[in-house]
Design a protein around this ligand. Structure first.
Ligand code: PMP
Length: 391
């Protein structure tokens, strides 16, 4: 019998998904020496020791079994209190909080819980690269609404309203944003909330960078009038507590939505890793000083990178949060892919070409400034040198 051609057995759905544009770049960079990477979207801090110690201690005490599907109740209670304290939201630990394997899982099960085939989700772009494929994998149709630097990468209520059809089920928001670092004020979000209510939509609010807001106090979408029951609030520990490898996030939603997500979570994952949950519990109990210290350090680097890019002639919107700068390279006449490739091959600096983040991303590069000041200074020098050959 002929050897099975396994690629003929893949689902149509999975075949429509493109591999991540970020990975291609890093595969290239990983084969080269002496690279400075402004590529990866993660903190350059090691998880604070008290958090690691709490996790080690849970192992020493023998807490190695599955936890409750929704997560250990102590952690859910702590998440509830933390969100109330920091973001003025109110969630019941028993019925409205689910501890997930990263914010990534929360987005996945959120989409799968609400989408039927052909339902549309409006995604404000440029955006985190997982939203589009996760909508598609859930049978939904992503609808892009692009933002641009002239509007500080904010989205307006009228832009969203113009994209609504009779198939629109939800809106995906993420402020502070990956990759632009853009933030929105409470007043601006209220205008969007009015559109959401008028058109009876659900909202995914990815607030994973909320703690890393440098200029204004962040506003949780769920804290706006009438928005709690319409919002699937996604957050986690990866960015604010420097815990990317722990794979721990959470999702907050009204009981019906949460119960649906819990079903998916329980069948596909059972529970988030128990030892990681004990670490996260400690992060919420005693980690706020560390969080503040890391935040101040990112803020200093944010100020440096924006000032330096402006000085070397790269127009750069001032990001109010997260740890990304998203300067425009339009005047070089190159596409973002061409620019990023040249920068990698000729100057050995790895950045992510903006087009991979969707509409509004072309003409920009994403530079993560969660790296040492020394690396940032050298990167600015190298980018400046490349620019001088191009302009
Ligand atoms: N949302 C956004 C906007 C992100 O940038 C990321 C990580 N890059 C995630 C979610 C996923 O985070 P986690 O590590 O918690 O899965």
């Amino acid at each position: 019998m002929a050897k099975l051609k396994t690629n003929t057995r893949l689902s149509k759905r999975v075949q429509t998904i493109k591999p991540s544009g970020i990975r291609r770049f890093f595969d290239l960079a990983s084969k080269m020496d002496n690279i400075i990477s402004l590529g990866v979207g993660e903190p350059d801090f090691v998880t604070p020791w008290n958090v690691r110690e709490a996790s080690i201690s849970s192992l020493e005490r023998g807490f190695t079994a599955y936890s409750a599907n929704a997560g250990i109740i102590e952690l859910r209670k702590e998440i509830s209190a933390y969100m109330q304290r920091r973001f003025a939201t109110s969630y019941d630990p028993e019925t409205e909080i689910l501890v997930t394997v990263g914010a990534s899982e929360a987005i996945d099960i959120g989409m799968r819980a609400i989408l039927d085939e052909g339902d549309e989700v409006i995604i404000v772009e440029p955006s985190f690269v997982s939203y589009v494929p996760l909508v598609q994998m859930a049978g939904g149709v992503p609808v892009a609404v692009g933002t641009n630097r002239h509007d500080d990468f904010k989205v307006s209520a009228s832009q969203i309203e113009a994209a609504i059809t009779d198939r629109t089920k939800a809106l995906m928001l993420c402020f502070p944003n990956n990759p632009t670092g853009a933030t929105m004020t409470g007043e601006e979000m209220k205008e969007i909330a009015a559109v959401v209510e008028r058109h009876d939509l659900l909202v995914f609010s990815d607030e994973i960078y909320a703690e890393l807001s440098y200029d204004e106090k962040p506003v949780s979408f769920a804290s706006l009038p009438n928005m709690k029951e319409r919002t699937i609030l996604i957050s986690g520990f990866s960015k604010s507590f420097a815990m990317t490898g722990w794979r721990l996030g959470f999702v907050l939603a009204s009981p019906d939505l949460l119960a649906a997500m819990l079903k998916l979570h329980q069948y596909s994952l059972m529970c988030a890793p128990t030892m990681a949950q004990y670490g996260a519990l400690e992060a919420l109990k005693s980690g706020m000083d560390d969080l503040e210290r890391m935040k101040q350090s990112y803020k200093q680097r944010r100020n440096y990178i924006v000032k330096s890019f402006t000085e070397i002639g790269l127009p750069c919107h001032k990001p109010g949060g997260a740890f990304y700068a998203f300067p425009s390279i339009e005047k070089t006449g190159l596409t973002s892919e061409q620019f990023a490739e040249k920068l990698l091959l000729e100057e050995r600096v790895a950045v992510v070409p903006g087009h991979v983040f969707g509409e509004g991303g072309e003409g920009h590069i994403r530079c993560s400034y969660a790296t040492s000041m020394d690396n940032l200074e050298q990167s600015v020098e190298r980018i400046d040198r490349l620019l001088k050959t191009l302009l």
